[in-house]
Design a protein around this ligand. Structure first.
Ligand SMILES: Cc1cc2nc3c(=O)[nH]c(=O)nc-3n(C[C@H](O)[C@H](O)[C@H](O)COP(=O)(O)OP(=O)(O)OC[C@H]3O[C@@H](n4cnc5c(N)ncnc54)[C@H](O)[C@@H]3O)c2cc1C
Length: 415
């Protein structure tokens, strides 16, 4: 039984089916629907995204996060007492370059060949056109702005990431639609992107069902465990008998993890996107802008501009002013877009990244029963990280040795 049919659940299902397991996908909504973080992400298959979200000195910025509700990272006051333990770990994880390097080495094992793995999966699901392996671009107003991030890039280099630096003329040549304030670029050729993450999830679930999986609509509430063995997943309707379960419920996984005997540090790190249809200006290669901390990706359905980090409870009301900011960033990055973009040309979405404080997912067996497997907590890298995660889940289900060490992803590391 796989709980949750986002990217992690869908890819775990495909891998488990290949090993001959009978698979049920338990998901209350349409797979790939707007409820899932997998629906609206920026599409980046950034195998070089190995740096945890916090950086040395982040603690000094926390008061600013609280005071500016519209900054690139904001924390809602009301949520502060609840979030404090997570926040303390978040700040600690990025406190020194040594700690960042440890996290980077672990994440790299998960991400290193992700664009290739995703392409193969998409090909098997008849959706190869959704995966593009042609690099990603980081853009900066000047070389000095890139130099200011040199420590993070040197950690990336230490784990084998290579890049090409683009002068102003080269950047202009590659990306003619970009505002001229961007004068320096960094191209990471090994990376890629997904042209429609929602369609990708839907294709993977259709493929899983063609391989024999069943999609049951329902919400998992807990587990029936007898003498350490899993007997059933408890749902809002009937109990569903099974002998193995995978918790892949994204930002909703914490409660299920507790029911499986593990107290994990997991929060919904909320982000937004704006989709602009038939854009007059867009990047040829997806770009991440250093000044606006925004990603712009031309997708099947239009230009997607995604970003923002808002720490608030899962169910707190959206703050659409944050999406307005993204729309305005899009207009400032691509001058050909009309200033007075009519409302019917764009659409907003709020998503919830399932985030651990150290930026590493939880992958491993549960304390209450070895039949239950944790597979969530991928934060900012859940699309790119889902391909290897699905393989690791299948290896755990088959009692095979995992292809990469699982210790850094141990769900018990927060105890
Ligand atoms: C704005 C934004 C931009 C992003 N950009 C990128 C990017 O460019 N690259 C990247 O790699 N990552 C990116 N991410 C992160 C990425 O989207 C997530 O890490 C990833 O989608 C998590 O996948 P998941 O399968 O774990 O969770 P989800 O996609 O959230 O899926 C979980 C599923 O579980 C279901 N569920 C929940 N509770 C239950 C229950 N009790 N029982 C049954 N089912 C349940 C939900 O309905 C949902 O469908 C971004 C995220 C955001 C918000």
């Amino acid at each position: 039984m796989i709980i949750g049919a986002g990217l992690v659940g869908a890819i775990s299902a495909v891998n488990a089916l290949r090993d001959g397991h009978r698979v049920t996908l338990l998901e209350p909504e349409a797979p790939g629907g707007e409820q899932a973080s997998s629906y609206g992400n920026a599409g980046w298959l950034s195998s070089h995204s190995v740096i945890p979200p916090a950086e040395p000195g982040t603690w000094k910025k926390v008061p600013g996060f609280l005071l500016d509700p519209l900054g690139p990272l904001a924390i809602r006051w009301r949520y502060l007492p609840q979030i404090m333990p997570w926040l303390a770990r978040y700040v600690a994880a990025g406190a020194t370059l040594e700690r960042i390097a440890v996290i980077a080495r672990a994440l790299r094992t998960l991400l290193i060949d992700a664009p290739k793995l995703h392409f193969e999966l998409a090909e098997q699901a008849g959706a190869a056109h959704l995966i593009v392996r042609n690099g990603l671009l980081h853009i900066y107003p000047s070389r000095a702005d890139f130099d200011a991030q040199a420590p993070a890039w040197s950690v990336r280099r230490s784990v084998g990431v290579q890049w090409l630096e683009l002068s102003e003329a080269e950047l202009r040549h590659c990306e003619p639609a970009l505002h001229e304030r961007y004068r320096f670029g960094v191209r990471v050729a090994e990376a890629g992107y997904c042209r429609d993450p929602a369609a990708y999830v839907a294709a993977l679930v259709t493929h899983a069902c063609a391989l024999g999986a069943t999609h049951v609509r329902g919400t998992a509430r807990g587990f029936r465990i007898e003498s350490g063995r899993l007997r059933a997943v408890l749902t809002d309707a009937a109990d569903l008998p099974c002998d193995a379960a995978v918790i892949a419920a994204g930002a909703r996984s914490k409660v299920l993890a507790a029911a499986a005997g593990d107290r994990v540090s997991l929060e919904s790190e909320r982000g937004y996107h704006v989709m602009i249809n038939q854009p007059e200006g867009s990047p040829r290669t997806p770009v991440m802008a250093s000044d606006t901390k925004t990603i712009a990706t031309l997708m099947q359905g239009g230009l997607r501009v995604a970003g923002q980090v808002e720490i608030a409870s899962f169910d707190a009301a959206p703050n659409w002013r944050r999406a307005d900011i993204l729309r305005d960033h899009a207009l400032s990055m691509f001058p050909a877009l009309p200033r007075n973009l009519p409302a019917n040309r764009f659409r907003y979405w709020l998503g919830r990244r399932p985030s651990t404080p150290d930026g590493l997912p939880c992958i491993g067996r549960a304390s209450a029963s070895r039949d239950i497997i944790h597979a969530y907590g991928h934060g900012h890298v859940g699309l790119v990280g889902s391909a290897r995660t699905g393989r690791l889940v299948a290896q755990l289900l088959a009692d095979q040795p995992p292809e990469v060490p699982l210790e850094p992803f141990d769900p018990r590391r927060f105890a």
